[in-house]
Design a protein. Sequence first.
Length: 285
Amino acid sequence: MSNEQLTREIGRTGVKASAVGLGTWAIGGWMWGGTDEGESIAAIQASLDAGVTLIDTAPAYGLGRSEEIVGKALAGRRDKAVIATKCGLVWHTTKGRHFFDQDGKPVHRYLGRDAIVHEVEESLKRLGTDYIDLYITHWQDPTTPIEETVRALEDLKNAGKIRAIGASNVDRSELEAYIATGRLDAIQERFSMIDREIEAELLPLTTATVSPRSAIPRWPWASCPVPSARTGCLPETISAATTRASPSVTVRRRRPLPRRYGPSPKSMRPASPRRSLHGRLPSPA
């Protein structure tokens, strides 16, 4: 069986990743009932063995725990992976705006230059690498101008610490501000059959400058380490690469599990979809 995977370029950065990616929020343990480090490392390495190169993580996934496990899993194999991690949810400072508490620590949304410089160094240490392929602003900070945030990210890019710039959890005005800088390479957003809000405002912005004759490639980006019989779903995302002025878009979706992993799709009915999506405390996803 061939392990060759379809690859896509992230924006126009030259960074190419497998169309299918591995997400590691659950590996961080918080909100997921803990984590098994050995199984998590095995899942990441099995993904690499299968040709999956895109590994998505974030400091907020277990206050650094997910990044640490990803780093251990990639030891000696860093050149086989494209790492996407994030910044903007901080617990080392009380600047910005309080978002939620995790393990008794207040977590703030803050994207000031000082925090970004601090965060990237911490992530590099936890991941055991000297560069990050895609660095995403995790949640937006209303107390810091986006132009300031992007300048800090561009400085990191020029210094070789990151290779591409992304944003997540943006509204239309925030995305327009990012695009106006000319430096945004990708966005990552929630998307599913019952939550299609981004189709109205965000997706059109990502394709506004694409020639009608240009195809927009899309690829799934998984956001959990292994199939879950409890949820009956494999979280995914779809990405669309566009022009430099019009960034890639990565959006979460879900598809039913194959029958061998749990109940058939027809037997599963999510309770209160709107509540499950919006009626809970802020999550770091």
